[in-house]
Design a binder for this molecule. Sequence first.
Ligand SMILES: Nc1ncnc2c1ncn2[C@@H]1O[C@H](COP(=O)(O)OP(=O)(O)OP(=O)(O)O)[C@@H](O)[C@H]1O
Length: 259
Amino acid sequence: MSAILETRSLNRSFGAVTAARELNVRIDKGEVVGVIGSNGAGKTTFINMVTGYLPPSSGEILFEGRSIVGQPPRQIIRGGMTRSFQMAQLFPELSVLDNLLIALVAAESARPPFFARLHTPARIARADEILAEFAVERYRDAIVRAVPQGARKLIDIAMALIGKPRMLLLDEPTSGVSVEEKFPLMDTVMRAVRHHGVTVLFVEHDMEIVERYVSRVLAFYSGEIISDGSPAAVFADSRVQELVIGHGRPAAARERRVA
Ligand SMILES: Nc1ncnc2c1ncn2[C@@H]1O[C@H](COP(=O)(O)OP(=O)(O)OP(=O)(O)O)[C@@H](O)[C@H]1O
């Protein structure tokens, strides 16, 4: 497998706090990787550095073999790596369609979206295609503010995928989503990313979601990766049990430990 994302000796400090310490991460094309860690472990710092929102204190970040350190987020998006946020980043007063078109133009062009013509037939066709893929067509012309939370999450992730990125980073895709909605939401997202062969890395506190959807887990603690492997191996790691998941580990992991 070839690497799509690599970090080398990546560090980030905030005053006396080390939020990332010598992170050497390699993600191969097609992997679905979960990032876990307790509050303040450095998960968001890692995602922010990789997507251009936060400059590293030192170290290297390679996307498809090329350094992206110093590139602004917009350039990284156009280069093929996008992200969604814990809180959906939609324009609440605009329609779902307009939100998707703005995201598409941002992924296509260096110009700010308001200088480009949004409503071209080709762009609308692409927006309709992704609305159908995420089964949210019925909200196409709704104002975002009026869309239920679960559908908003899906639309936010659809926005991240509309420009056909090769890598997607998600920050807690199921946060704020009801227990009944979380698995259908993740099923929809995973179907879409697998269909397009997108590599995925997502931060998640819900261990049931991690166990069900990822092939590999990175466990963060105090700015370092303390365990990296299959969900079964990482959940069985005594440091991870002590420092990261405690009693919140999934039932299957508990059973494996007892056996
Ligand atoms: N902008 C900032 N200024 C100062 N300290 C920061 C800043 N961002 C993060 N930190 C500190 O860096 C450390 C890592 O924070 P980070 O947000 O990356 O953790 P996290 O694992 O994403 O936590 P959570 O699960 O709560 O989102 C914490 O000690 C945090 O207080």
